[in-house]
Every structure is written in C-alpha cells, then in structure tokens.
Write a protein that binds this ligand. Structure first.
Ligand SMILES: N[C@@H](CCC(=O)N[C@@H](CS)C(=O)NCC(=O)O)C(=O)O
Length: 222
C-alpha cells in the first residue's frame, strides 16, 4: 500500500497521524500542504481545507481520527489499541476527549498565543472557564501509568503527546499560567517518557526543522 501524508510538520493533527505511521513502521511519503490554501483538487480530499489527509491506493481520507483507525486496521501490529473490546473503547474515549475537549478549546487561544493575532477579553474568559472544566474532566479519565490510557502505548498517547504541550503553552502565554500544571498534570514528565520513542523523536525533529525553515523564509522576505 502506498501512503502519502499531506500536511505540515507544525500541525498537531498531522503529527498525531505521523506518530501512528512511524510506530507501525509503515512506509509513507509526505507532501507539504499549508492549511487553508488548497486548490480544488486538494479540497476534494479535505473539504474544509484542513490537514492532515492521507492518500492511499483507494483514494483520500481526512480527519485524523478516521485516518488513525484506518491505519490500525491496515497494520494491526504493533497494536495501538488493546485487543479487548472494552479496553479499546476506553482508549478511543480518551483520544476523542483529548481532541474535542482539550485541543479544540485551547485552539481558540492559538491566534494570539502563537500567530501574532489578538483575541478579546470575553473570549479569553470563556475559554479559561472551559479549559478549567475540561482539564478537570481529563484528569478523571487519564491514567498516566505510565501511558495516558494505562500500561501500554496507544493511539491516545499519539493524541496526548502532540496536544498537551499546546494546551500548556497557549494557556501560559494567554493567562500567565500553565493550566495543565495548575491542575496537577505532569505533562512535562509524560512528554519526556514519550519523547524517548524514535517515532516522537522523528516528529519533533521534523517539526523543529520546519519551524526553522519558516523563520528563515520570513527573514528572507523582510
Ligand atoms: N478534526 C480535524 C482537525 C484538523 C485541523 O484542525 N488541522 C489544522 C492544522 S493543525 C488545520 O488544517 N487548520 C486549518 C483550517 O482550519 O483552515 C482532524 O482531526 O484532522
């Protein structure tokens, strides 16, 4: 199966999928696509212009969670979901929770935290309330012993590893307080553990290289 991952190395959702591809030892190529600037043929693959999407011999697939599920079925070993049905459902529950209730809430802060924009005070207050509530909820579900869903590395770790630093960093920049740490989540310790994996090291190295390329390109323009 020929697999091509479309996106860019700064994207957390792209990196979630890339972690799965790397963990499974699947061979794949990457095509850089900047978000929101897609010609019609790419919009056919990802109708909202979002990344990632995956091209396979069967066609294209968007939405990182659908891609992850497809890859798990395509290459069942090493397994990133438990074989027990219920245990697998609990891992999926946590992975969805991370995307919907941590990442999507924190995402509202990114324009000001990372991209030089501004967001209003009422938005900041609303997101703060939501994050406080959702992080407490996340703490109830997450296990961290040592992996986010329990004893084994799973798709929930692929979501957590790319999301937790963004929640921590964006809240620190906007509110002056890392809300994950404030709620007692040792995301740095967890990040160190996952960061030892070759898959995570590759994702981190690619992200840094992409960041440096963007900075150099912006400098060259000015
Ligand atoms: N639910 C989507 C979210 C993907 C997403 O939001 N990707 C961002 C990059 S991290 C993007 O493409 N944003 C551009 C846009 O929304 O126009 C997924 O899981 O794949």
């Amino acid at each position: 199966m020929t697999l091509t991952l479309y996106g860019f190395a700064l994207s957390n959702y792209v990196n979630k999928v890339k972690l799965v591809l790397l963990e499974k030892g699947l061979s794949f190529t990457e095509e850089r696509v900047a978000p929101g600037h897609q010609p019609d043929d790419l919009l056919a693959a990802s109708p909202l212009g979002k990344v990632p999407f995956l091209r396979t011999e069967n066609g294209t697939l968007c939405e990182s969670s659908a891609i992850v599920e497809y890859l798990e079925a395509l290459a069942p070993t090493p397994a990133l979901l438990p074989t027990d049905l219920w245990a697998a459902a609990k891992v999926r529950e946590l992975a969805v929770f991370i995307d919907l209730h941590l990442e999507l809430a924190a995402r509202e802060l990114y324009p000001q935290a990372f991209f030089g924009g501004t967001i209003g005070d009422s938005q900041k207050a609303r997101v703060r309330k939501l994050l406080d509530k959702n992080i407490v909820g996340f703490k109830r579900l997450a296990v961290f012993s040592p992996y986010v869903a329990g004893k084994t590395f799973t798709i929930a770790d692929c979501a957590a590893y790319v999301t937790l630093p963004l929640v921590a960093l964006s809240s620190k920049i906007i509110y002056g307080e890392d809300l994950l740490a404030a709620h007692g989540i040792d995301w740095k310790g967890y990040g160190k553990l996952i960061g030892q994996r070759p898959s995570a090291q590759r994702v981190d190295a690619d992200r840094k290289a992409d960041q440096e390329r963007s900075i150099a390109a912006a400098r060259a323009k000015s």
